[in-house]
Design a protein around this ligand. Sequence first.
Ligand code: SF4
Ligand code: SF4
Length: 404
Amino acid sequence: MSEATVIKPDLQFVNEIIKGGGESLKKCYQCATCSVVCNVTPEGNPFPRKEMVLAQWGQKDKLIASADVWLCHQCSDCTAYCPRGAKPGEVLNAIRKQSIKEVAMVPFFAKIATDPKWIWLLFAIPMVLFYMIMPYKSIDAVPLNNEGKMAYHFFMPVFPHIDVTFMLTALFAAVSAFVGITRLWSGMKKNAAGAQGTGSPFSHIVPAFTQIFAHKKFTDCNVSKLRKWGHLLLFYAFAGLFVVTVWAVGYLYGHEFFHIPAFGPFHFGEAPYPNSDPVKWLALASSVAFAAGALIILLNRLGNAAKAGMGSYFDWVFLTIVIGVGATGMGSWALRLAEMKIGYIVYYFHLVLVWSLFAYAPYSKFAHVFYRTTAMVFARYTGREVKAPNAGSVTEAGVQPAAQ
Ligand code: SF4
Ligand code: SF4
């Protein structure tokens, strides 16, 4: 006689999912339409149907370190086609939020980055930090430069104020991400016990990155087609701004320590740089891509709300920070050109938002950069990657059944 399996549901976990944007979870009646229409899932043991039942049953251990939960690209095809309005795309997003909390190095940061109750503290921390370190507490007291013009580096000196603050923040974010990635990886290994790895996990990093750089998985999504372009623009804008930061550090310390003089269009040691410097052009191009990407994602989210859901606080606080970084960055630049002192205040908020973006990166929606990449490497490593070409799928013409 076969033995009965006793399932112990974690009701607190179920409630957390429901509170975190997965309130439609209980509507699911396991028809599996979502797994058929998902163009991103692997064919064998596909998501998100099984995640819906595991979430209903409160199977926390199986979900918080599940590679499949992170392989979902939140394209919302499943949500649009679910006959019960159970919004599986939103439920998976709520599970990912719990996963971030579970693997967090500093749970307090995960708490304030994911719970609307703590939004005031989320921003109060960097606001107090930058207020404490700013040399002048009144914008009228900030001196002008030799040409009698506004200069943000008098308002907030690059060294040590900005450099030390952001280097420590980047170090904290990098260590947090590393801890989160290693915890997620060992959880995924435990969950996939029995799955055989192919070669070394490191050999799968470059192919996964190639896929990410081209945003191939987003191409398979149908309901939110525009989302790929918004996401792609934001992705390359972040890459461009990262290069700009490294470039500016090179200008500053290349001149300071190695006495490299300004030559041609490259202005070592001179800040602010003239508009003819290529670093300015890259900064401008990245900022425009940043603003355009954020706007596309915002409009796509609002335009598809009826079919794909409005998203949760978790999505919106991140999108607000991203849009805020772009708006205050361009605003402070324009106000400095116009010699309007209110630019100092806008620049202060720009620093607050940039700090929030990086410090909370492994604890907020931004964490998908680390954890989805980890899941994609894991999927390749364990051979859980490719959907067969004849599998059921959804196209703009509707649901296509699996070939016989
Ligand atoms: S399509 Fe909806 S009801 Fe059907 S299994 Fe998926 S989530 Fe459940
Ligand atoms: S949101 Fe998109 S990727 Fe995620 S399960 Fe649904 S259809 Fe698949």
